[in-house]
Design a protein around this ligand. Structure first.
Ligand code: GAP
Length: 504
């Protein structure tokens, strides 16, 4: 993890400086909750997607992939429950016109000597309780109240009683009286399909890719390639009109999901299957370089489960802004297929050879956001360290320790000197050959140490330098390793073998 004073600021700055992530429509001031991926970001994101697709779909016999449309028949979202229930509780501040998610806006009574003297509020953070306590102390000082201040008791706005709302200060103005009671806000983006703009043409940008798999369940089954248990996977964009997009690309309004619906027999041992997927997902995260000690599990309490869920466990990641959800693994029962059968009038069943009967399968669903993995690998890999060069000078190096599987550039090819045509020619030749199979970067500008630093900062695992030994001796190159900064000689065949083994 980053050693910088403010790791998120350092990571956001690196993303902009080196072309990983930009604000969307930046020349017009940006659009809150939307992001663009630059040349290196697009490569990194594609590598994350490719690794997932190859491990989840191609290398398995029991999972197939699809690509469904982003805009689907509006009935899909009625059946899934999103039209009625895909809401977040929203609180408006009438004075500032700002909006807050009620479950992220915390407040507490200020209690002095057992009597309520007023209220304080704070937006959710790593230190919500401390913020509230400091505000309560400041409140007591400002009002010159004598007596003993009791510790704050944080509650969020969904727990506020009707009479309290008027008394809670808005985090925007610091004054009470402007907050509205929480109301349900549907997060689906609406659009209209066709030339008419009326109620009959309303459609939605999908808020999850999962419904594409359910809506296509019969099509996949009827193509005859699958039998229980089997999965349908998809990678694609989803859209949610989040009330408070935040933490860079962690919670945005347009994002990408990688979801898989694993269909099992209704009598199968769903709990073991759920456990298996939980393990698979954690192993996969480690396989792309996330450290095990930054990953933890959160079991959703039974009383807070969605009504159709039997069990949901989130894989959490320790981001610089706190431990947050990365990957949700839900046991969704047969809810979705039954709902689609009901709303479409078409049975959503499969013939099970083993029991010679038609069944409506149950589902285990691992659902993860590509952007959240992207941010996690940057946070885990980013470091600033002091290194000593050949002349004994100590300097700072910024390094991104990305797994070779997902690094945007796998290897940089560097001729030792750019004014030696024989070195440049050999480097160009190697670069062109490597380029056919791998993402390679060619750089001949500046001192070799500086060129290594530039590659460290974008996470390139290896640099090869073409030097005089290459030309005059055995054709081997200097291979410099990003993490250890160690150098050794390597031949061309060995270099290709290394890349084939580690970078795919
Ligand atoms: N089909 C189930 C589903 O969509 P979810 O927990 O709402 O479940 C799954 O979303 C994953 O999608 C999350 O664990 C997270 O990684 C990602 N995700 C959800 N909302 C997001 C947002 N606003 N921005 C970025 N990623 C998001």
């Amino acid at each position: 993890m980053a050693e910088s004073a403010n790791p998120m600021e350092a990571i956001v700055a690196l993303c902009k400086r080196r072309g990983f992530v930009f604000q969307s429509s930046e020349i017009y001031g940006g659009l809150n909750g939307f992001f663009d991926y630059g040349p290196l970001g697009a490569e990194l994101k594609k590598n994350i997607r490719d690794c997932w697709w190859s491990d989840m779909v191609r290398r398995r016999d029991d999972i197939v992939g699809i690509e469904s449309s982003i805009i689907m028949h509006p009935k899909v979202w009625e059946a899934s429950g999103h039209v009625a229930g895909f809401t977040d509780p929203l609180v408006d501040c009438r004075a500032s016109k700002q909006r807050f998610r009620a479950d992220q806006l915390f407040f507490s009574k200020v209690v002095v000597d057992g009597r309520t003297a007023g209220y304080v509020s704070a937006l959710e953070s790593d230190r919500t309780a401390e913020d509230l306590q400091e505000r309560a102390e400041a409140f007591k000082r400002r009002k010159a109240i004598q007596g003993k201040l009791e510790p704050v008791q944080p509650r969020d706005m969904t727990e506020a009683e009707a009479g309290e709302i008027e008394l809670i200060p808005s985090p925007a103005t610091g004054e009470p009286g402007s907050l509205t009671p929480p109301r349900a806000f549907n997060m689906m983006f609406e659009t209209n399909v066709g030339a008419l703009r009326d109620a009959s043409s309303v459609a939605y940008l999908r808020p999850e890719t999962a419904q594409g798999m359910f809506a296509d369940f019969k099509n996949v089954v009827d193509t005859g390639r699958v039998k229980l248990p089997f999965g349908i996977a998809q990678i694609g964009k989803s859209f949610r009109n989040e009330i408070t997009p935040r933490n860079f690309i962690f919670r945005s309004r347009e994002f990408e999901q990688m979801e898989m619906e694993y269909f099992i027999h209704p009598d199968a041992d769903w709990l073991s299957c759920h456990e298996e997927w939980l393990r698979w997902c954690q192993d996969w995260l480690k396989s792309i370089g996330l450290p095990g000690d930054a990953i933890s599990l959160f079991e959703h309490p039974k009383e807070k489960l969605a009504f159709y869920s039997r069990r949901t466990v989130d894989i959490m990641f320790r981001y610089p802004f706190g431990v947050q959800e990365l990957w949700g693994i839900a046991a969704r029962s047969d809810y979705d297929l039954r709902q689609h059968a009901k709303f479409s009038g078409k049975p959503q069943e499969i013939f099970d050879e083993a029991t010679k009967s038609k069944v409506v399968p149950h589902v285990i669903e691992p659902a993860v956001g590509v952007d959240r993995i992207f941010l996690a690998v940057l946070c885990a890999g980013y470091a600033e360290e002091d290194v000593t060069d050949e002349k004994g000078n100590v300097e700072k190096r910024t390094v991104l320790r990305l797994s070779p599987r997902i690094a945007p550039v796998k290897v940089a090819v560097l001729p030792l000197l750019k004014n030696k045509p024989e070195l440049v020619a050999r480097a160009g030749e190697l670069y062109r050959r490597l380029k056919r199979r791998h993402a390679v970067f060619y750089d001949e500008g500046g001192a070799i140490g500086r060129r290594y630093r530039r590659q460290d900062e974008i996470g390139t695992p290896w640099c090869v330098t073409i030097d005089f030994e290459t030309i005059e001796k055995d054709g081997s190159f200097t291979l410099r390793e990003r993490d250890s900064m160690q150098q050794r000689r390597i031949g061309e065949a060995e270099l290709f073998a290394l890349l084939d083994e580690k970078a795919c």
